[in-house]
Design a protein around this ligand. Structure first.
Ligand SMILES: Cc1ncc(C[n+]2csc(CCOP(=O)(O)OP(=O)(O)O)c2C)c(N)n1
Ligand SMILES: [Mg+2]
Length: 558
């Protein structure tokens, strides 16, 4: 059999990890890659509306499948994708970003081509794109097989994106050497541990747990990224450790578990009880790695005393001033599950679903919308949460059993959720994909609705229309014209974008909302609800809070 081409081999090898879609926008320098997709039976092309959307969609897909594929063209394409890929790096998602490049023949002849600055410098974009990845390679027929193994290994080990460049001529030439038959992601061990370090780390964690009288766990979303969520949940069940999450981690724990105590973020915690539980704890077992940004700690009001924290990171453990390295998180959790004897009492906190408020004729508002959404979620569903006011409400929602969520609290690039919803929905095999977004965020990437319609996916989309960049008004003082939005008739978009069999409506009263949610329950197709939200809800925070967050360190004027 003839050797596969570099592009063909690269795509099939990556697909063996369990990837069945590739998100992207074609381009003349990337034709070798684009053409090869058509010949790899296990892969299908998803033609996204632009490269940033494609990167967000790949990010969403990787959150469910653990890995994803993205393809863009040289310069103009890859640079547009960088924001999305950088978000995947922040959220520790191995997205393989494949980029086509002008051929070596052109480069060696010193010819000048488009998508460049009018000179013959061809590698200037590589450093930029590579910065959004943790590993990169320029693939050739000679190095392709070896380099791919190195790149895959490293991207999985670090759980971050990889950047692969294939020139238009090399893409079509045969790989040299013996092709590797890869394994699916589920069969791959991402990191290995040094046994003595592992033993010492686990011994220290067990001793600290045993000695603690008020231990709690904080479970972070990174356990999902490292493929150890189930093991982490098992440890929590076994120890009965009261467990909080931070705003960045919504959806990581099954919130019907009796150990779940709520969301901890200092002043922004979901209840005083969970706040006290964590702040009074004498041991905080950080499973996955807490990211203590201002937004994740209630403007740093929910800091963590390093002396009380035992932190299990992807490949290292910190317990006070002791640091253990080369200890893979899956090995640490396995060993803890085997050896732990600590068993905590029930935390006894009551966490209630949001109360169902609002009469039929009331105008829709945050207080009556979220409880209604909450009651429509079913086991197996995933809620994709956009950055903005909706994130603060959804984070406080008690998710029903078996419902997970995906958010981008750390990177926080608005517009992410709409294409990420496409990626999540394509990656999921069961359950519905809900997406909740503010109108301003949606405006950045709403052309991806056409892509959803084209590929027949069936998301349930909720667009909160307050005609405002509401959260910005809350934190930057009300009244700035720059937070006002163009008035868009959002509910007409699915039809304009050619989406077939979409149930679409605008609702402005509780009765209308209830009626549409009933229709959605009975509808086997995508749904899109535009919910009117009064812009008066977006009142500024107290000046002291605003000052402490954003102005404290700036010098006074005059
Ligand atoms: C790419 C990007 N641009 C700008 C911002 C700043 N920003 C954060 S939230 C937000 C407004 C969100 O408005 P909307 O989606 O309408 O939500 P609302 O708070 O009104 O419900 C903006 C502009 C950002 N986070 N990311
Ligand atoms: Mg808005």
């Amino acid at each position: 059999m003839a050797a596969p081409s570099v592009a063909h081999y690269t795509l099939s090898r990556l697909s063996q990890l369990g990837i069945d879609r590739i998100f992207g926008v074609p381009g003349d320098y990337a034709f070798a890659i684009d053409d090869a997709v058509e010949n790899v039976p296990s892969l299908s092309w998803v033609a996204c509306a632009n490269e940033l959307n494609a990167a967000y969609a790949a990010d969403g897909y990787a959150r469910i499948r653990g890995v994803a594929l993205l393809s863009t063209t040289y310069g103009v394409g890859e640079l547009s994708a960088i924001n999305g890929v950088m978000g995947s790096k922040a959220h520790r998602l191995p997205v393989f970003h494949l980029v086509g490049m002008p051929s070596e023949r052109i480069q060696k002849q010193g010819l000048i081509t488009h998508h460049n600055l009018g000179d013959a410098v061809y590698d200037r974009f590589q450093a930029l794109s590579a910065e959004a990845a943790c590993v990169s390679a320029v693939l050739t027929p000679d190095n392709c097989i070896d380099e791919l193994e190195r790149v895959i290994r490293e991207a999985l080990r670090r759980s971050m994106p990889a950047y692969l460049v294939i020139s238009e001529v090399n893409g079509g030439q045969p790989v040299l050497g013996t092709p590797v038959q890869g394994q699916p992601l589920s069969a791959i061990k991402r990191q290995h541990s040094v046994p003595q370090e592992l033993d010492a780390a686990v011994g220290t964690i067990l001793a600290r747990l045993e000695a603690a009288s008020r231990p709690v766990a904080v479970l972070t979303h990174l356990v999902s990224r490292y493929g150890v969520r189930e093991r982490a949940l098992e440890l929590i069940r076994q120890t009965n450790l009261p467990t909080a999450i931070t705003p960045n981690d919504k959806g990581t724990i099954d919130e019907s578990m009796s150990q779940y105590a709520g969301l901890y973020a200092g002043d922004w915690s979901s209840s005083d009880e969970v706040r006290r539980l964590v702040s009074d704890a004498d041991l905080i077992l950080d499973i996955g790695g807490i990211v203590d940004t201002e937004l994740n700690t209630g403007m740093w009001t929910g800091g963590y005393d390093p002396g009380k924290v035992v932190s299990i990171q992807d490949n290292w453990v910190r317990a006070g001033d002791k640091v253990f390295v080369n200890v893979a998180i899956d090995d640490v959790l396995d060993a803890l599950c085997k050896r732990v004897t600590t068993r905590c009492n029930d935390h006894g906190l009551k966490i209630e679903a949001m109360p169902l408020v609002g009469a039929a004729g009331d105008a829709t508002c945050s207080a009556n919308v979220y409880p209604r959404l909450q009651r429509r979620l079913r086991s197996g569903d995933t809620v994709v949460i956009e950055t903005g006011t909706c994130m603060t409400h959804l984070n406080k929602m008690l998710m029903p059993a078996g419902v997970s969520a995906q958010g981008q609290g750390l990177w926080g690039s608005i517009g992410w959720a709409t294409p990420a919803c496409l990626g999540v929905a394509m990656a999921k095999t069961t359950g519905h994909t809900w997406m909740v977004t503010g109108d301003g965020s949606h405006q950045l990437t709403l052309n991806e609705l056409a892509v959803m319609g084209r590929y027949g996916i069936k998301p349930r989309i909720v667009v909160l229309n307050n005609n405002l960049y509401g959260i910005e008004d809350v934190i930057s003082e009300r009244g700035h014209g720059y937070d006002d939005l163009a008035a868009v008739n959002y509910h007409l978009l699915p039809e304009a974008f050619g989406c077939k069999n979409w149930l679409s409506a605008r609702v402005s009263t509780v009765a209308e909302l209830d009626e549409v949610l009933d229709r959605i329950d009975a509808h086997d197709g995508a749904a899109y609800i535009e919910v009117m939200i009064p812009n008066e809800e977006s009142q500024p925070l107290p000046a002291s809070t605003i000052d402490s967050g954003y102005k404290l360190n700036t010098p006074p004027i005059g």
